[in-house]
Each structure stands twice: as structure tokens, then as C-alpha cells.
Design a protein around this ligand. Structure first.
Ligand code: M6R
Length: 369
């Protein structure tokens, strides 16, 4: 069943181009308009939504965190992202104009399910983004947008993450279409860019051997840091989570802008730091700021492991290693930038002789609170 791969995780990493393509499939009509038929929430209700709250745990929450940047930008609706277990116990402000989006691969995560129930009791509409057909969370939601990643067996989530971001982006574009925030040709342009992603994800996977070799050389590392900015920030958090759960190494993700507010004190000689570099052409203009961060940490002795876009020559001189990813619009970069981080964690854990499909102390779905 592992399709010739050493682990389910490795197989699922390789499934990612399909996971994204299948999640996009069949969601437009002949004229190119998005038609999310499954969303059986009244259009008038969706037009009136004045706040979105994403609830999820772990990797699914990081997918929500990525989606926040895109959905706010496209729809001009405030989006909060909250860990489901925190949401549920803090008296959240939720009413009929709140759309709660629950993201879960398994559809069975108890913390997320309890948060869904809580939100509905307060009168919110709940739309879930779930991978497992017929699971509990969709049954208890007002509507469901399925990701079509196929079964995910390895405990560490990989292809589900990419498909969750894809589905959340479809939802964002659908809301923008419905509410008239974007012109139809802008939406179809963004959809075309999404459709171009699977081939680019494939390219990143094909470049994986260099990442694996780097990971093998780092099997004695005791701490690894991850920096990112804008949509690269949740990617950094996800990279750190993968390394913790698979390789049992202390790992932390930071927003690059926070460095000087504390974390830079952690940097000393030899400290490995991954940095997700925004596209040099990104509208947000953050590229040069992150390149300065790389310089700052390198000057303090860090070993810099940089994820950068093809052709980004500015990073070369400050990077000990560069993992190149194809060019993409900045909001789509997370679907590419996360892949080397998944491969890195898997390869490092494998080099340590660990079982990457079944890390210690963890279950695939957390069905207790
Ligand atoms: O099934 P879910 O998406 O609701 O699971 C949420 C988390 O438990 C899950 O993403 C977990 O963090 C993974 N082990 C991360 O790789």
C-alpha cells in the first residue's frame, strides 16, 4: 500500500500534486465561475457575514493561518484563527453574522468538534473543510467543503495541509465572487494560478534529494529554528511542528519580524535556522526585510538554511544552503515552501532510525479532549 515508498509519509508527500489538483477539480462551471455546490448555506447569509473564525488544531490550524492572509485580502472580511480548544473555553464573540470555518483532516478531532458545537449553539453558521468523507465534524456542520487528498495514514499531516489551504482559498474566492469584491477575470486568473501549482509542487518534490542529504548531515542537531514572514510565518510554524513530532528535536517557529524582540538571543555559533524567503516580486515588499534577517543571524554564527524562489540571487551570499522553489504569487508560496520542510523532518527522523509513520506518543486522530 505504500506504493513502493519507504513510509506512508513519503508516499503522501509524493501524493501532494494530486491532492491539490483533486481539491480544485470540478469546482467551476463552463463559464469559469466557481460553483461550490456543497455549500448549502443561503447566499444571503454568506453575503452578510461580517467575521470569519477558523477553528482547528495542529497542522490544520496552520492551514487556517495561511488562509487568513488570502481571505482577508480578497474578501475584506476579518478572519481570526483560533486553536479549537482555546476557542471553546473563552466565551468567544460569535453571532449569526459569524462564519465559523472548522478545518480537520480526520473530521474526528474532539477539540474541533466541541468547538463546532459551541459555535452553533451561539447561532453561528459552521462550514467545515474536511478530508474524511462521512466523519463526525461534517455531519455536525451546516455545510462541508471536502478536500480530496485521499486517505492520509501517516500521523504527520502533509498532503492534507496542502489540500486544506487549497480548499480554504476556494472558499475565499467564492466569497469574493458572491460579495462582488473581485472582478470575474481576477478570480479566474487566481484560479489559473492555483491550477498551475501541482506541477510546481512536483518540481519541489523532485528536488528533494538535496534536502534529504542536508537532513542526514544534521542528525545530531538538538535545536532548529524556523523563521518566516506573512504567509511564510505559518509555514515556519508548520516546519517546526513536523520536526518536533517526527525527529523529537526541539524546534520553534517565529515570525521573522519578532527576531529583535527576543528570539535573536537564541542565536549562537552553529545554530541551524530555516528561513522562508518571500518572493522578490511580492507586492508586500518583504523580501529585503527577510534578507536582512538572514544577514543578522548569520553575523551571529547561525547556519542558515534558506527556502527561496528560483532566481533569487540576493539570498545566495548569506545562505549556507538554499532549497529552491519555483516562482509563484506570494499567497500561493506556502504550498511550495512547506514541502522541503516536510522532507527535511522525514529524512532527519529516518536518519535517526525513527518510525516516521508512527511517532511516539501521538495518534492520527485525537478523539479525546
Ligand atoms: O484530523 P485533524 O486535521 O483535525 O488533526 C489536527 C491535528 O491533530 C493534526 O494536524 C496534527 O497536528 C498532526 N499530527 C500534525 O502533523
Amino acid at each position: 500500500e505504500k506504493g513502493g515508498f519507504d513510509s506512508f509519509m513519503d508516499k503522501e508527500i509524493h501524493d501532494q500534486p494530486h491532492a491539490v489538483a483533486d481539491t480544485l477539480l470540478g469546482r467551476t462551471d463552463l463559464s469559469g465561475r466557481l460553483t461550490l455546490d456543497e455549500i448549502r448555506i443561503d447566499e444571503s447569509v454568506l453575503r452578510a457575514v461580517d467575521k470569519i473564525i477558523v477553528i482547528a488544531c495542529g497542522t490544520a490550524a496552520y492551514a487556517g493561518h495561511v488562509a487568513k492572509y488570502a481571505v482577508e485580502h480578497w474578501c475584506r472580511i476579518p478572519v481570526e484563527v483560533e486553536l479549537a480548544h482555546e476557542f471553546r473555553y473563552r466565551d468567544p464573540i460569535v453571532d449569526e453574522k459569524t462564519l465559523v470555518v472548522a478545518i480537520s483532516q480526520s473530521g474526528e478531532t474532539m477539540d474541533t468538534l466541541m468547538a463546532v458545537r459551541h459555535a452553533r449553539e451561539q447561532g453561528a453558521k459552521v462550514l467545515s473543510i474536511v478530508n474524511t468523507q462521512g466523519s463526525t465534524i461534517p455531519r455536525e456542520s451546516d455545510a462541508v467543503l471536502y478536500t480530496h487528498a485521499g486517505p492520509e495514514i501517516a500521523v504527520a499531516s502533509t498532503k492534507a495541509f496542502l489540500s486544506q489551504i487549497t480548499a480554504a482559498y476556494l472558499l475565499g474566492l467564492y466569497l469574493a465572487q458572491l460579495r462582488g469584491n473581485k472582478f470575474p477575470d481576477e478570480i479566474s486568473g487566481l484560479l489559473d494560478e492555483l491550477r498551475a501549482l501541482p506541477d510546481k509542487v512536483q518540481t519541489v518534490i523532485e528536488r528533494g534529494e538535496y534536502v534529504r542529504a542536508t537532513a542526514r548531515s544534521m542528525k545530531d542537531a538538538t535545536s532548529v529554528l524556523f523563521l518566516g514572514r506573512h504567509v511564510g510565518y505559518p509555514v515556519a510554524l508548520e516546519g517546526a511542528l513536523k520536526l518536533k513530532e517526527l525527529a523529537y528535536i526541539h524546534a520553534e517557529g517565529f515570525a521573522a519580524g519578532e527576531l529583535k524582540h527576543g528570539p535573536i538571543a537564541l542565536i549562537d555559533a552553529g545554530q541551524p535556522v530555516f528561513v522562508v524567503v518571500p518572493s522578490p516580486n511580492s507586492r508586500e515588499g518583504l523580501h529585503s526585510k527577510v534578507v536582512s534577517n538572514i544577514q543578522e543571524i548569520r553575523a551571529r554564527g547561525a547556519r542558515t538554511l534558506v527556502i527561496a524562489e528560483d532566481g533569487d540571487d540576493a539570498v545566495r551570499q548569506f545562505a549556507d544552503e538554499v532549497f529552491w522553489i519555483p516562482k509563484a504569487p506570494s499567497l500561493l508560496q506556502p504550498l511550495l515552501a512547506v514541502v522541503p520542510l516536510q522532507i527535511f523532518a522525514m529524512a532527519l527522523a529516518t536518519a535517526k532510525g525513527l518510525d516516521v509513520d508512527q511517532p511516539r506518543n501521538l495518534a492520527k486522530s485525537v478523539t479525546v479532549e
